[in-house]
Design a protein around this ligand. Sequence first.
Ligand SMILES: Nc1ncnc2c1ncn2[C@@H]1O[C@H](COP(=O)(O)OP(=O)(O)OP(=O)(O)O)[C@@H](O)[C@H]1O
Length: 262
Amino acid sequence: MDNNKTLKIENLSIAFGGLKAVDNLSFSINKGEIYGLIGPNGAGKTTVFNCITQFYRPDEGKVFFTKNDGSVVDLVGKKTHDIIKLGLVRTFQNVELIQELSLLENLLVGAHIEFETGIIAQALRLKKAVKEEEKLRKKAINILKFLQLEDKINELSSGQPYGVLKKIELGRTLMSHPTMIILDEPAAGLNDTETRNLAELIKAIREEYKCNVLLVEHDMRLVMDICDRICAINFGKKLAEGTPEEIQSNKEVQEAYLGKEE
Ligand SMILES: Nc1ncnc2c1ncn2[C@@H]1O[C@H](COP(=O)(O)OP(=O)(O)OP(=O)(O)O)[C@@H](O)[C@H]1O
């Protein structure tokens, strides 16, 4: 894989029963890109996600990922937990925060992967564990500041506006030093203002945390606004790939997707 790519999907296929949910799909994401994956309902977007993070094991194909140190690994067959350690994290459509914990604590819950000391040491609160916890707390506070939530650090997550919960979900991904974040319909359930803020936030994450973003999203304004390139799929196959302008003017995409949705 050439040096400029972070993620390269090659001839990916997976079928459920007789149905080919992803059918010989290939695309690649360049370093620093915000990349969009779009398609009508049932096109196979979530299945592509699940094949990248190895929640599903693809029937065929490869998923190459460039780690922080520049080396390339094929993710197929790896454990989801190990994939997070390699620097690839995802969010879920439904935000799942622990209601009884503060926003800060919710970020720390997501950071267990960062702990270098073992569970027993943590339980005994040995010096090293206490130090590590302090380091994580500082990191979490910095992320909350970046998310402009510093005044809410100790507030419970219960009762927070949906936009705040979504930010925390994003913040949790940042706790694990990602080189790539996959966002599953981040604008779902957000109002116009929250969606505009989200667009700015995703761009800021790219700048500040130097990570790539792969976005699956139905909100065309968000996709067209922030993506450098987009891949449109239908029936698990690639329809077109290109800049937002190219995708918007592509006839096949218009017929399959934009025509129906807009
Ligand atoms: N675990 C599964 N078992 C059987 N069929 C599945 C499974 N997961 C997905 N499918 C089927 O694969 C196809 C692609 O589904 P997928 O959820 O990936 O589409 P999508 O583009 O994410 O749709 P949406 O935009 O509605 O979320 C659909 O026909 C779906 O019913």
